[in-house]
Design a protein around this ligand. Sequence first.
Ligand code: GLN
Length: 309
Amino acid sequence: MPCQSSDELRQLVEEAKRCTKEGKVADYIPELGKANPNALSIAINYPDGRCISAGDIDKKFTLQSISKVISLALVLMEHGFRYVFERVGMEPTGDPFNSIAKLETMAPAKPLNPMINAGALVVTHMIKGGSVEERFNRLLGFIRELAGAPAIGYSEKVARSEFESANLNRALCYFLKQHKIITEDVETLLDLYTRQCAVEMNCLDLARIGMIFAMDGVDPLNGKRILPDDVARICKTFMVTCGMYNASGEFAIKIGIPAKSGVSGGIMGAVPGKFGIGIFGPALDEKGNSVAGLKLLELLSRKYQLSMF
Ligand code: GLN
């Protein structure tokens, strides 16, 4: 089994940390701009319950785009594949995560995949419930179950900060509404979406969620199925094809594991059948992925031959 000790991980973290200087913390959501650019932490969660870690692993961060994998899993469970994929596609875009370009050129305005913002907004629109509270609590309950951590909540500050500055996401929503891909009030959808993105946890929680995806939806410690295996499979496939936005091809070649990043600097990895990974390193490259997080995954993948390919 790869990487047995926290000491081994610590060495890799020290090496990867050197490239934090090459990145920049996201500040288009003002509250995220306050993160320490030099931070880097990682946890690996094995199916037998063991966990190894390095760095400031108690530090909490918001999920941002990593939440898109979980909201997708939830709506697939609530509505089934047909309903979901009538409204959002399955193809990578090659464009930045917040791009509006292909909504106009790819008639009929159906977003290409659920990992870009346009697709994720459509997915969040599908979460069932009468009010934002009810819908958010359903998603949060699912996240808590996946992480095995009933105390997980969300950062109201980060949610508010994004809600107040999310004009590009507003533009995407209005475009989608004009084309009847979404039908609800735009501010209501943004309220739910920004809370979803602001769900907060540490690397240990994230690694445990990655482990559940890696194990096809089952908690191996008690045999309980948290999500159907075909839902876990679809989510992991999107993580491979679109998880790093328009850097997914290079990531598949260099690292080769299903993974999803977020602009907070988080990365969730799910090494199929083996373990889950949670990383936090807020300095980002120009495509919005954690620079040191990518470096760390590259070191791990090379050292322990983790590539699926
Ligand atoms: N909340 C962020 C946004 O919509 C998520 C994007 C990301 O993590 N790439 O802009």
